[in-house]
Structure formats: structure tokens, C-alpha cells
Design a protein around this ligand. Structure first.
Ligand code: IMP
Length: 190
């Protein structure tokens, strides 16, 4: 079994990472491994931010670390909120406020197409393995469902033909940006 630290304090992401990676991996939350606090995301791309998080946590703990940087890109908003998805409505990160702002900014917009993007980076002693995954869909006119986290209730998945907020965990993981990125990453590391 491969032992890796998850460089995230986001409980929603952490559960999905554990479920998607499955039995071959022992995923240890960074706080449990002894890393406290947050890593500042100063990069301009999902890859840069994932690398900053994985490298910082791995070097601090002397263990392989896996980071996920992800977000929602809305076509009509020029790709926003993008790398700022977690902080769309300002600091501190508040998912309900972010969804409310997105709905407000999408009022009256016809083309509601959007995609989730995820970049995962595994960092170990200077070695970097990375992968990206995408989930295509559109932004709903109102929240639908209570599952998942973040923008899930506002995202209608083209793959599932329903919102991520209404999908079971298994359904979402099978088609999500995070599921796709992590499965590609594991293929690369095998
Ligand atoms: P970061 O990767 O920590 O910068 O934050 C990513 C942000 O994007 C999260 O806080 C969510 O708002 C959003 N996000 C990323 N992945 C998902 C997802 O699977 N569902 C819903 N929202 C997501």
C-alpha cells in the first residue's frame, strides 16, 4: 500500500480523494501527519497552485504529498471563477456565499456552459507527477440537491444528466474532474 499525505484541509476533497484512490493507497490528511495551517495559493494556474501545495507539505513532512487544485470555469464569465473558485466572494472561503454570487452573476445569461477542472500533483523528493481532469456541464438557474460540496448543487453534469448535488458519491467520482485526474495520475505512477 502506498502511503501519501493529502495536502488539503478541504473535507469534501479529502473524502473524494480517499474514495477514488481506493485500497491501494493510505491517504493521510496533512493535519494528522503534523502539518498545521494553510499553504498560500500564489500561483496563476491550477498546476502552479497544486505544485506549491504538494511541494510545501512534502518537504515539511519528508513524505510524498498529493495536492489537488481545482475550480469551476464558466464560459460566459470568461473562465471565472477559475483559480479563485474557493475565494470567489472574498475571504474567508464560504461555499454558500460563492454559489449566491455565481447565481447573481449568471442572471439572464443564456449560454450557461461551464466545466470543472482539477489538477493533481504528486511530489516526492523533487519528483513531480501531475495530471488534469475535466467535467463538462452547465450552471443551473437555482440550486438542485444537497450532495457534494462547493458548487455541486449549481452544476448540471452532461455525463450524468443531473446535478452533482443530486448525484451519489459513486456517480460523481466516476465522471468528475477529480476522478478523471486521479485515475490518470495513478496510471502514470504504476
Ligand atoms: P482550491 O483547489 O482549494 O483552490 O479550491 C477549489 C474550489 O473550487 C473549492 O473550494 C470549490 O469551491 C470549487 N470546487 C472544486 N472542486 C469541486 C467539486 O468537485 N465540486 C464543487 N466545487 C468544487
Amino acid at each position: 500500500m502506498k502511503k501519501i499525505v493529502a495536502a488539503t484541509s478541504n473535507a469534501g476533497k479529502l473524502k473524494e480523494i480517499k474514495d477514488i484512490l481506493g485500497d491501494g493507497y493510505a491517504v493521510i490528511p496533512m493535519a494528522e501527519a503534523g502539518f498545521s495551517g494553510d499553504v498560500e495559493e500564489t500561483g496563476g494556474t491550477f498546476f502552479e497552485n497544486a505544485l506549491i501545495k504538494a511541494k510545501t507539505v512534502s518537504e515539511a513532512l519528508g513524505m510524498p504529498a498529493l495536492a489537488d487544485d481545482s475550480g469551476l470555469e464558466v464560459k460566459a464569465l470568461g473562465g471565472a471563477p477559475g483559480v479563485f473558485s474557493a475565494r470567489y466572494s472574498g475571504e474567508p472561503c464560504d461555499n454558500a456565499r460563492n454559489r449566491a454570487l455565481l447565481l447573481k452573476n449568471m442572471q439572464g445569461v443564456k449560454d450557461r456552459s461551464a466545466r470543472f477542472v482539477c489538477c493533481v500533483v504528486l511530489y516526492d523528493k523533487g519528483k513531480i507527477v501531475s495530471a488534469e481532469g475535466y467535467a463538462e456541464g452547465r450552471i443551473l438557474e437555482a440550486e438542485d440537491g444537497f450532495g457534494g460540496f462547493g458548487y455541486d448543487a449549481l452544476f448540471f453534469s452532461n455525463d450524468l444528466n443531473k446535478s452533482f448535488g443530486r448525484a451519489t458519491e459513486e456517480e460523481k467520482n466516476a465522471v468528475s474532474h477529480r476522478g478523471r485526474a486521479l485515475r490518470t495520475l495513478t496510471e502514470k505512477t504504476e
